[in-house]
Design a protein around this ligand. Structure first.
Ligand code: AMP
Ligand code: MG
Length: 366
């Protein structure tokens, strides 16, 4: 049972494998759902398929599991694989022929990075590693050398440094090291969703530790997703997702270490090289997993004053931001969908209108 006591509810936002509660109070009925726990990029993914023949559900789940294994190997930021080979080539000033899927993902990442004004930038893998986040367990309390952080940030690794020749990728800046952690989960769930639909699965949910893609509905009801309260165990509210919608949350409570009472999170501002401080969580409701995932990361970096412009530039209009003082900010599109937890929102939600996209958001196509 979730803290909200919701049925068919996923808790979004870094709970590890989140809760999916089905059928509470209707114990006599057989479970019409196929459940599978899969694994990708250090995260457990819960796949629930509704209303399909058992054999079809099992086959489709197995294919998604195999896809995740391939993506885990090809896109991992620090384990050996295709991305590692590309990073090694870039460090030596060379280029590497990737498969088409990785090249497409990198082109998409470059476009999203441009739209974010450089706040989302998967080229900062060396900075992420310097802060100790290229380990399966979070780093333990040691700060990196501030001069080393400044020196690396000054080398300004950017997605715009990448050069594409078909699927051959190189970089004009050898400081670029690709870490796709800011949007790979979204891209992986998008690919998995497309695969399920191609196999005839009409109703399913993919939940990667609170980042969620839904396909169809759960019978006559929508899939319902709760957004975690970053300060206490429980949820701030819940959203009923329409078919094809996704909900992604970035939070500084997910992976971090503490030093002298300060928290250093795994989301890093590419411009300064330092972790994000004032934003505790950002949730983005959208129809595209990789864009929502990238935007949640970018808006965490943008902070409480710049985020509305960055959201408008990235083309997302449904955003909830929670700052370290507990302030809750939401766009009109988000507040129209967000149902408060029992007892109401923990704080009054401030509604923030988005401005029109800025001229600077017109990023050149490759
Ligand atoms: P997310 O949980 O989606 O916000 O992604 C966080 C992960 O993205 C980190 O663990 C890093 O691997 C990577 N990352 C950190 N900062 C950034 C950034 N500014 N832009 C892109 N990726 C980032
Ligand atoms: Mg993200």
């Amino acid at each position: 049972m979730t803290p909200l006591g919701l049925r068919r509810t996923v808790i979004a936002g870094g709970l590890g494998i989140a809760l999916l509660c089905f059928g509470a109070g209707r114990a006599a009925q057989p479970d019409p759902d196929h459940h599978e726990t899969l694994y990708v990029f250090g995260t457990l993914v819960e796949l629930v398929i509704h209303g399909a023949e058992d054999s079809a559900a099992r086959e489709a789940s197995a294919e998604v599991g195999a896809l995740f294994q391939t993506l885990h190997r090809d896109w991992h930021a620090w384990e050996a694989g295709e991305l590692g080979e590309l990073n090694a080539a870039i460090a030596e000033g060379g280029a590497f022929r990737t498969d088409a899927r990785l090249a497409d993902l990198l082109r998409e990442g470059a476009a999203l990075s441009c739209l974010s004004g450089g706040r989302f930038d998967p080229a900062i893998g060396a900075l992420v590693a310097l802060w100790g986040f290229h380990e399966d367990s979070p780093p333990e309390g040691e700060m990196p050398d501030a001069a080393a952080v400044a020196a690396l940030a000054a080398r300004a690794p950017r997605m715009s440094d990448l050069r594409f020749d078909g699927d051959t990728v190189g970089s004009v800046n050898p400081a670029v090291q690709l870490d796709l952690g800011g949007y790979a989960k979204g891209a992986a769930l998008d690919l998995a969703g497309a695969l399920l639909q191609a196999r005839g699965i009409g109703d399913a949910v993919l939940n990667a530790g609170g980042d969620v893609n839904v396909i169809g509905s759960h019978g006559d009801r929508a899939w319902r997703v709760a957004i975690r309260d970053p300060f206490v165990w429980g949820a701030v509210g819940a959203i009923s997702l329409a078919p094809g919608e996704v909900l992604y949350t970035s939070g500084n409570y997910e992976r971090f270490f503490e030093h002298d009472g300060a928290r250093f999170a795994h989301i890093i501002d590419p411009r300064s090289g330092w972790p994000v401080q004032e934003i505790v969580s950002v949730s983005v409701l959208d129809t595209d997993g990789s864009r929502a995932d990238a935007a949640a990361t970018a808006l965490s970096v943008a902070g409480r004053h710049e985020w509305p412009q960055v959201a408008a530039d990235m083309g997302v209009d449904s955003v909830l931001m929670i700052a370290d003082d507990g302030t809750m900010l939401a766009t009109p599109a988000m507040i129209a969908r967000l149902e408060p937890a029992a007892g109401g929102f923990p704080q009054a939600v401030e509604i923030v209108q988005l401005p029109p996209p800025s001229a600077g958001a017109r990023c050149a196509e490759d």
